[in-house]
Write a protein that binds this ligand. Sequence first.
Ligand code: FEC
Length: 302
Amino acid sequence: MTDKRAILVMSYGTPKDLDDVERYYTDIRHGRPPSPESLEELKGRYRAIGRSPLFEITEAQALGLQDRLDAPAYHGQKHTGPFISDAVAQIAKDGIELVVGIVLAPHYSALSIGDYTRRVQRAAEDISWPGRLEVVRSWHLEPGYIDFLAREVEVAKVSLPPDAGEPVVLFTAHSLPERILQANDPYPDQLRETAAAVAETASIPKWDIAWQSAGRTTDPWLGPDLTEVIEKLAADGVRSVVVCPCGFVADHLEVLYDVDIEAKAVADRVGVALARTRSPNTDPGFLDAVAGVVRRAFASLG
Ligand code: FEC
């Protein structure tokens, strides 16, 4: 008999509206409420982008995977309902026996995909769900994802002023606390591997990696930050950059604010033209690539 199978799509989650930002931020901070100043500062970032489209885009991505894989997709989020535990409860209620979990972030860190994995395993244990679960560990070199990024770097390049010289392509991902390095976390190497694969595919002569969106905490975070790299490149005479935020696969606050507003303002100030690559969102080739990753995970479960 064939097992009843499903896909569990996991994403970060976004506040439902401005009134939900305090709850959301407190959840991100493991239950510690933010100071009034930090809360206002974060609300200001959400106001600046209108609202984050992350939820709607992730839902559409989940539907795209469902169509391609002929299995129902459940969507569970880390910081907003439906939470990962809600999705697991529904999976159990629906009598699903076999689940492949996929995090919509390509690079593995114990603090990113590892954290999602622990959450889903804990949720399954808490309700003694008897099914089988496999969470994809990382998919940062998936050919369809690399091809998408390579194509989008070309598109972004064309939008730059022709007299601004060969751009430096900066591949970015969410920064994490530097302490991950003590445990040999693969996250920085995986970002560099993605960048090198795209650079090779698109024959990019000048590229580097940079970190973005570091948390506002006192611990040291992985650097250099994207804005510092842009300032340094300007000082070295570079006149244009393409920012490829390849650590993210949807438009949301960290792309629409941190790159399109914050990094763009720094680039404007130091006289560097900045173009950003389009986010994968529901690009059919990108969804085919993620579906391929999930299909292989199902095959490995037998
Ligand atoms: O559009 C939206 O509303 C949500 C955008 C959003 C995404 C996202 C992805 C990642 N984060 C990761 C790690 C951390 C760590 C902290 C942290 C803090 C925030 C804050 C906001 C926020 N993150 Fe996020 N992240 C998004 C939004 N993130 C807002 C709080 C304010 C701030 O610091 O800017 C620090 C927690 C702490 O204070 O202890 C760590 C990682 C990803 C990429 C993987 C993924 O998507 O899950 C890693 C999208």
